[in-house]
Design a protein around this ligand. Structure first.
Ligand SMILES: C[S@@+](CC[C@H](N)C(=O)[O-])C[C@H]1O[C@@H](n2cnc3c(N)ncnc32)[C@H](O)[C@@H]1O
Length: 436
């Protein structure tokens, strides 16, 4: 990838996303009915409303072929998204067979991620032989598997001592193969206030300087930003980062890292960052039905609080077990509302029957159906938002002397945060071209 390609992609993402800012920057719950009707195209909502449930599910789970979309401007919207989220994939990896104890109690998701990365490094010996570090390594599956079975030297750093103790026990529990790499667990907290001065003062700085290459596998929120900044500050030879939980970032401080993104900025909000974190996996039919039901309950409580009780400061009433959503709304809502301290004239008088009647009324049903359909539209904007954040990170690496790439590494259905931002200093790593 060239710096120009990053800039171009950021510019395209910006032009598209900017138009839909009102939709992605706030949730449907944040708007009045009138405003929702203004910002969500009515023809799209009407089109979605007449589709059978299976087709709505297919649209939501990205299983619906674009040519089957029967509303032209909605089809254009989805086609544009489809184009914008295409990025290069690393080739499917033939995974090695490891001893069973290498992966005992390691989730299928983590096995897939670690093994894919191991193959990637195996194919690039110029990276494999470097001194590697794993940022936010948790129990250290990545360092343990790549160190023991692929002979790489790995230091794993995490702020959580308990996770690291568990990882160390695990490392010593089973037999080691011949010629393993050196594996070190280091406790450390990376600063997440990432001014240049803070980074230079950070205790973790020397670790970055002692290692050539750092990997951050699902570095949540601002940790991804610290990781990239510290790798640059320490002039490491390369870096590979997978972000997650974007909503934990500060929407002012941790976005628009590159100069180019600052020329095409987006008005990020915590809700926009939450949307970027949304799973884009292939949702099963049953999961979809549960989601629809959960949303119906949540919207109905929200409308009741706002419009019947005049309470508008409560956003979340907490999660419940799936079976509670398959029961009646009345008792569910009564139990939820009883937890809040409303004036007695309000909450104590609410009966389950009254709440059920409110839920069943055709007006409420129409409202929650519409909000759900509007959300089907909104959810589509998650992946382009994520790509804007990641492309910005790649452009930032490029502006700081690293050849950088945005690549899909993992299978999305196993690992939804499957895009890695990869950067190398081509003068220090003896290979000039990793990808076209
Ligand atoms: C989402 S988990 C990922 C763990 C592991 N890399 C994996 O893929 O399974 C993020 C890890 O980062 C660690 N972490 C978060 N913020 C950190 C910080 N500022 N410094 C060091 N570790 C941090 C957490 O303790 C946690 O183990």
């Amino acid at each position: 990838m060239t710096a120009q390609a990053h800039r171009q992609h950021l510019t395209h993402l910006h032009s598209f996303l900017k138009v839909w800012t009102d939709i992605w920057s706030l949730e449907v719950l944040d708007y009045t009915e009138k405003r929702l009707n203004e910002i969500y195209p009515q023809t799209w909502v009407e089109y979605l409303d007449q589709l059978p449930p299976e087709e709505l599910w297919k649209i939501d789970a990205r299983k619906m072929p674009l040519e089957s979309i029967g509303e032209q401007s909605f089809k254009n919207f989805l086609s544009e998204i489809h184009e914008l989220i295409q990025i290069s994939k690393i080739l499917p990896q033939q995974l090695d067979k490891l001893p069973t104890w290498a992966t005992t109690s390691v989730t299928e998701k983590k096995q897939h991620e670690v093994q894919t990365l191991a193959q990637f490094f195996k194919q690039h010996p110029e990276l494999k032989n470097l001194q590697l570090m794993d940022i936010g390594g948790g129990v250290g599956h990545l360092a343990r598997i790549m160190g023991l079975y692929y002979g790489m030297n790995f230091t794993t750093i995490d702020q959580d001592r308990k996770l690291q103790e568990t990882g160390l026990k695990r490392l010593n529990k089973y037999p080691h193969p011949e010629n393993p790499g050196k594996i070190k667990f280091v406790h450390g907290v990376l600063p997440t206030i990432t001014s240049q001065e803070e980074l230079a003062k950070s205790e973790s700085r020397h670790l970055f300087c002692e290692h050539d290459f750092s990997i951050g596998l699902h570095t949540c929120g601002p940790l991804a930003v610290s990781h990239l900044k510290m790798a640059i500050e320490a002039q490491q030879k390369g870096v590979l980062n997978f972000g997650c939980c974007y909503y934990k970032m500060c929407h002012h401080q941790d976005t628009h890292l590159s100069e180019h993104a600052r020329t095409v900025p987006l008005d990020f909000t915590p809700f926009g960052l939450t949307l970027a974190t949304r799973g884009h996996d292939e949702m099963s039919w049953n999961k979809y039905l549960l989601k629809e039901r959960v949303k119906a309950f949540r919207y109905a409580i929200h409308l009741y609080l706002n419009e019947e009780l005049g309470v508008n400061h409560i956003r979340s009433v907490g999660d419940s077990r799936p079976r509670e959503y398959w029961g009646e709304f009345g008792p569910y809502a009564q139990a939820k509302l009883a937890k809040f301290d409303f004036p007695s004239t309000q909450s104590s008088k609410l009966t389950a029957t009254q709440l059920q009647k409110y839920f069943d009324s055709s007006i409420t049903q129409k409202r929650i159906r519409k909000m759900y359909l509007q959300n089907i539209i909104r959810w589509r904007l998650g992946r382009p938002l994520e790509l804007y954040l990641l492309r910005d990170r790649a452009a930032y690496l490029e502006e700081n002397g690293k050849k950088s790439y945005v690549l899909e590494f993992f299978e999305e259905k196993l690992s939804p945060r499957n895009i890695g931002v990869f950067g190398v200093d081509e003068e220090k790593v003896p290979k000039t071209k990793f990808f076209i």
